[in-house]
Design a protein around this ligand. Sequence first.
Ligand SMILES: [Zn+2]
Length: 415
Amino acid sequence: METLIDRLRAVRAFRNLPTSALTKIAQIASPPTTYQAGELISDGQGEQALLLVVAGKAKVSLLTADGNENILYLLKGGDVDGQAALFVRHPRLARLIKAVYPTTVIRLRHDAFQRFFKGQNKFPHFKSRKYAQSYNSKCVNHNIKVIDNHHIKLPKLGVVYFRSGRLPQGKIKNVTVRLTVANQYYITVLTECENQTLAKTGKRVGGDLGLKSLLNLSDGYKELIHHFEDKYRKKLHYWEKLRSRRYLLAKQAIAWDYHNKVLAPRQLDDFKNYQKARVMVAKYRQKIANQRLDQLQKFTTKLVKQYDIIVLEKLNIKGMLKNHKLARAITNASWSKLVSILQYKCDWYGKKLIQVNPAYTSQICINCGKNNHRLGLDKSEWLDVREWDCPNCGTRLDRDINAAQVILKKGLATQ
Ligand SMILES: [Zn+2]
């Protein structure tokens, strides 16, 4: 079994610490209690430590019984990617670091640290200011309330205008406000509600994940893959070109400032045209991603409403990682997404998702059950065959629908 010390050692910031130091850290951490950001915590032996996230240089030190400070390790900025979580065992040093990095300490997400010590999570990442920014608020004393179709009351912000197709239902637990790279604000409201199971239809279906169509169903329906990116390809390319050119120019200008030892060297934020191009690229990418997700959401909802049992092939994740072709990778991404969305929707609505081994599913005849071994063709030739006649029983078979039917049969056999 993996111990806390093993997990601590796997963290980059702690990699070079001696085992004795890791043991000390593990001692303070367990049993896990609620830590406030930058709070002094006791390890139960009279020694105190401060839990901190710091950027740049920092020391890990131990306070011995006679009050001497033992520096265990000096972190350099480069060592830790500007991020590290430390137990600083000297209150004075801790105060010093707190004074030097005040904002950093505030941004410590202590919930994440608790989950790490409990073994639920990986080591928390330092929250980057570079990409999407978000904060999370818990709902206490009705400080979060949906007022009407377009207004929501949020903690600290007050009443805020919003647009949404649906209103949150049930008891509000917390809210996350998020500013995306495309400079758009999103509010995510987490609510608790009774599980509404959908009415049983008595129908079952098998599905074959494809390249031309997203999913072929055993009853003959084919959900096509929409190439949403086609619509925006030209515009996206235009802004991507501008962005990279402006990025290079900005970098050169910054280097020039540093070279000339300018008092306040310009930062990337100061280059308005670069920022504009960056936002435009993000906007178009967001648009494409939104449309793709929308299709998946609508399609999966339709599936769980229509069928009680859905059988799919188990995705070959290892094989996927080996494949370097981009088109395939995009399809694979939406396959995994499709399966994961379908999984949680089935759980929510009381339906069942079965995943089966996809071996030979396209080569077995649904009518007589014979494995035809690609009809003696090689792999690429076989992929081009859309319809074939079973040599054993003579049935004319549609490749995709036959595969979906075989998958359904395999899935039902496991019941
Ligand atoms: Zn046959």
